[in-house]
Design a protein around this ligand. Structure first.
Ligand code: NAP
Ligand code: G4F
Length: 323
């Protein structure tokens, strides 16, 4: 019998890579999508596998539809990737962020507890939960104190704690993957990596003249979504439900990102990048670098991409797209 997986947020960056991965492994894949007014672009990231997927309209904030879908699908594995995932935007729409990311997660956990307790549950937790706490050796890990500095980080910390509590209190198979930033050509273009790469390519081809950014000094531990969705499945299929950190262990600043990308395209970022107040945040996470020793040693997870090969792939994507 094929395993049955339900992915919330299947139309997102990670949802699309995870769906491909699970289909390759022989899973029957179900996913929740939202109704949008621009139907043509709604499933752009999964159109190539659409005929293999079972899609349902739904919204995590609607507990009735969450119950109904879980009742109908009776999944072996639930991957909760749906979220209002943009940190800066979470300052503009904090209530929606909490309703989707925290209460939405609770809606799934309650449905599993009541009508599908056999389902294993993966929660897309985030390095944003650490805020500005860093261990003395310069890394964040499971034991690092969490102190979020955005509505997004706070919403994810609530969901993280609920996921732990349903494991310890109700003995359900629930796991958190604390994933550090991960990107790809499918990344939304308002996140910094894809914004920088897409705009740099547009500048090279004369479509734009400048790139407006916020804070250039913050640092992130950037990996590739292709690698990180593989970690999600490993996490959920480990015999003991628990929480894990997934990261590259290397960190680069936004300035480094600009320098590398523009150099690859034969330009100097200093000639094009300007800073604009509107991209700064009320409070910033300054430095992220994750210690993923445990998942590498215990589950054998290892990323295929480096920062450079990932950015090169994104440059190739936008060059062929814009040509
Ligand atoms: P993404 O591209 O923004 O995808 C988010 C998905 O959630 C989209 O399919 C979106 O649907 C859906 N969604 C949003 N609100 C919803 C709601 N109320 N009900 C149902 N679906 C809703 O994000 P991603 O990069 O793939 O990230 C996947 C998950 O990992 C998110 O939970 C994110 O917070 C978390 N995470 C991401 C990173 C990262 O660096 N990428 C790191 C750590 C954790 P629409 O397409 O209709 O908007
Ligand atoms: O690409 P970002 O918007 O990602 P951020 O805020 O780190 O959040 C992402 O990673 C989290 C994991 O740590 C996820 F949980 C979350 O869902 C999301 O995927 O910004 C990265 C850095 C920030 O320091 C930001 O201030 O880039 C800086 N930045 C500078 N200029 C900018 C810009 N960010 C964006 N989005 N746009 C700018 O113009």
């Amino acid at each position: 019998m094929n395993k049955v997986a339900l992915i919330t947020g299947i139309s997102g960056q990670d949802g699309s890579y995870l769906a491909e991965h699970l289909l390759d492994l022989g899973y029957e894949v179900h996913g929740i999508i939202r109704r949008q007014s621009l139907t043509e672009r709604q499933t752009e990231r999964i159109d190539h596998i659409d005929h293999k997927l079972n899609l349902y309209y739904g919204d995590l904030t609607d507990e009735h539809c969450v119950y109904k879908i879980i009742q109908e699908v009776q999944p072996d594995e639930v991957y909760n990737l749906a979220a209002m995932s943009h940190v800066r935007v979470s300052f503009d729409i904090p209530a929606f962020t909490i309703k989707t990311n925290s209460l939405g997660t609770l809606n799934i956990l309650e449905a599993i507890r009541n009508i599908a307790p056999q389902s294993k549950f993966y929660q897309a937790s985030s390095s944003e939960m650490f805020g500005n706490n860093i261990d003395d050796d310069g890394f964040q890990r499971l034991s690092t104190t969490m102190n979020p500095v955005s509505p997004y980080g706070s919403s994810k910390l609530m969901a993280y704690n609920l996921t732990k509590q349903y494991r310890t209190g109700y003995k359900l198979h629930t796991c958190n993957g604390i994933l550090f930033n991960h990107e790809s050509p499918r990344r939304g273009t308002t996140f910094v990596t894809n914004k920088v790469v897409k705009t740099a390519v547009e500048i090279k081809y004369g479509i734009k003249t400048t790139l407006e950014l916020g804070n250039l000094d913050s640092s992130r531990d950037w990996g590739h979504s292709y690698d990180y969705v593989r970690a999600m499945r490993l996490i959920l299929n480990y015999e003991t439900p628990r929480d894990w950190v997934v990261s590259t262990g290397e960190t680069k600043s936004v300035r480094d990102l600009c320098e590398y990308t523009f150099n690859q395209l034969g330009m100097n970022y200093k000639d094009y990048v300007i800073q604009d107040e509107k991209y700064f945040r009320k409070e910033e996470v300054n430095y992220l670098r994750g210690d993923s020793t445990e998942i590498r040693e215990t589950l054998g997870w290892k990323p295929k991409y480096t920062f450079n090969t990932m950015i090169d792939e994104m440059i190739d994507f936008w060059e062929s797209n814009l040509k």
